[in-house]
Write a protein that binds this ligand. Structure first.
Ligand code: NAD
Length: 491
């Protein structure tokens, strides 16, 4: 870092960007300017791609058992600096420290899973597919790959991809979100200590133009993107147009169904954490609560109480349960959508607009909000709000609830709260979403499962994490071999 200006990391060295445009990186609770991030020009993307390409031949020839030694060291430096990295996430992203620690834990779990690459990237073979002929499938790295990351998980989302990419023998370029680049800057400082060969891992900071230079760069063979649906669609088609392998996670509008036989007290606690945790800025945040039958009254009262009593503030302060949203624009948008829902006929049972937090009066806060009587089909029932806002919808049967779940354009997650196994199985079977929670409010897959997502929440075939990531970062080569005895020397 020079004069508060963040650097890029290219070819094993820190380089000042020649960018003419820079953005302030703010702490969304205090609105303190922490650093400036460059909007790096295409020429710097090219330098990173060239450095990664130069490192590729030696890196792919490094045996997987040796490549993972770097990942063991990566885990060690992340563990040693766990607390500092968690605090950095809170400072730039706003989530509370406990949530930031959870994010770091899942980041490290992905490194741990990628350490299994020598087994995970094995191929398979068949002897004697015809007399004396054998056939085998081997996995080879795709080449130079890159990730374009969103703001809401500054560490974890690059780790859904990067450890697998490296372990499989690819070289890599990370473009962090321009709104939260500090965590990755710190992580790269630490990763310098693990001694990766120059050019194996690179970082270029920037926003849309930098990202598009990555999408268009001929050397980069694979792109992983996570962000909003509109951008995901754009990235999917633009990267595919230049023949890249591409996977794109998009936005979400996650419904949670509550049956009358659920334990309302525990369910409410879990659902409040889902809706208001990370200030609702999780792609798995509950956004609609669909009550069935008699669950309506008990749940409505309980969730209103949970929303009204949640302690909001700066995530490093003791006792705080929810932080700010990311920007003033985001705060304005969330408040506008709350207003719109009231115009559309809902009642703001708990209204989080106009929040002023003592000591942090200028921070981008919206308090937890509960909207009663949201009408299916209205904008607020369909749009991703990405703030601490839970809309309530009431129906009479499980079938109606499932039909509502399946009506939405997104398909990231849906959850059911019940004590009825048959209802749970029906829900699991019929919900058209990629991640299902049964009596769980954030159905976030562990690192050894794919982080799924269907419909407008995901574009592509292979997801991040686990075996899907191994598939994404390898290409299959099939070899058919014959060694006629008469062509070989006598043995
Ligand atoms: P965003 O779409 O604004 O930005 C994501 C990334 O795309 C950033 O790095 C940004 O610089 C880059 N970008 C911007 N314009 C681009 C363009 N034209 N071409 C290529 N890249 C471009 O998303 P955000 O606001 O940072 O993140 C929040 C969104 O991410 C929410 O919609 C949330 O649901 C979604 N999300 C989805 C998942 C998932 O797994 N599906 C996980 C986390 C977040």
């Amino acid at each position: 870092m020079e004069n508060g200006r963040l650097l890029n990391y290219i070819g094993g060295e820190w380089r000042a960007s020649s960018a003419s445009d820079w953005l302030d990186v703010l702490n969304p609770a205090t609105v303190e300017v922490m650093r400036q991030v460059p909007l790096s020009p295409a020429a710097e993307v090219d330098q990173a791609a060239q450095a990664a390409a130069a490192a590729l031949p030696d890196w792919r020839r490094t045996p997987p058992t040796e490549r993972i030694q770097y990942l063991f060291k990566m885990k060690a430096v992340l563990e040693e600096n766990f607390e500092d990295l968690s605090r950095t996430i809170t400072m730039e992203c706003g989530k509370i420290l406990e949530e930031a620690r959870g994010e770091m834990r899942r980041s490290i779990e992905n490194v741990e899973v990628a350490c299994g690459i020598p087994a995970l990237m094995q191929g398979y073979n068949s002897e004697d597919i015809a007399s004396g002929i054998d056939e085998l499938m081997i996995r080879q790295p795709v080449g130079v790959a890159a990730v374009l990351a969103p703001f809401n998980f500054p560490a974890m989302i690059p780790f859904w991809f990067m450890p697998y990419a490296l372990a499989c023998g690819n070289t890599y370029v990370v473009k962090p979100s321009e709104r939260v680049p500090l965590t990755m800057q710190k992580i790269f400082r630490l990763l310098e200590q693990i001694g990766l060969p120059k050019g194996v891992l690179n970082m270029v900071n920037g926003a849309r133009d930098t990202a598009e230079a990555i999408l268009d760069h001929p050397i980069i063979r694979a792109v992983s993107f996570v962000g909003s649906t509109a951008t995901a669609k754009h990235v999917y088609s633009r990267a595919a147009a230049s023949g890249k392998r591409v996977q794109c996670g998009g936005g979400a509008k996650n419904p949670i169904v509550i049956l009358p036989d659920a334990d309302i007290e525990t369910s409410t606690r879990i659902i409040a954490d889902s809706a208001f945790g990370c200030a609702g800025q999780r792609c798995l945040a509950a956004s609609l609560a669909i009550t069935v039958g008699e669950a309506r009254d008990t749940f409505t009262e309980a969730i209103a109480d949970a929303a009204a009593t949640r302690v909001v503030g700066f995530g490093l302060d003791a006792g705080v349960q929810m932080g700010p949203v990311i920007t003033a624009a985001s705060q304005g948008r969330v408040e506008r959508l709350i207003g719109q829902s009231v115009t559309e006929g809902a009642e703001a049972l708990v209204d989080g607009r106009g929040a002023k937090i003592k000591g942090y009066e200028t921070g981008f806060f919206v308090r937890p909000t509960v909207l009663r009587g949201v009408t299916p089909g209205t904008e607020v029932a369909q749009t991703e709000i990405f703030g601490p806002v839970l809309g309530l919808i009431h129906v009479n049967t499980v079938d109606e609830a499932i039909a509502l779940v399946n009506e939405g354009r997104y398909g990231n997650m849906a959850c059911l709260f019940t004590s009825n196994g048959a209802a749970a199985r029906k829900f699991r079977y019929e919900a058209e979403v990629g991640n299902v929670g049964i009596n769980v409010g954030i159905a976030a897959p562990m690192a050894f499962f794919p982080f799924s997502g269907w419909r407008e929440s995901f574009f592509g075939d292979l997801h991040g994490q686990g075996l899907d990531a191994v598939e994404f970062f390898t290409q299959k080569k099939v070899v058919v071999e014959r060694w006629p005895k008469e062509w070989s020397r006598k043995f």
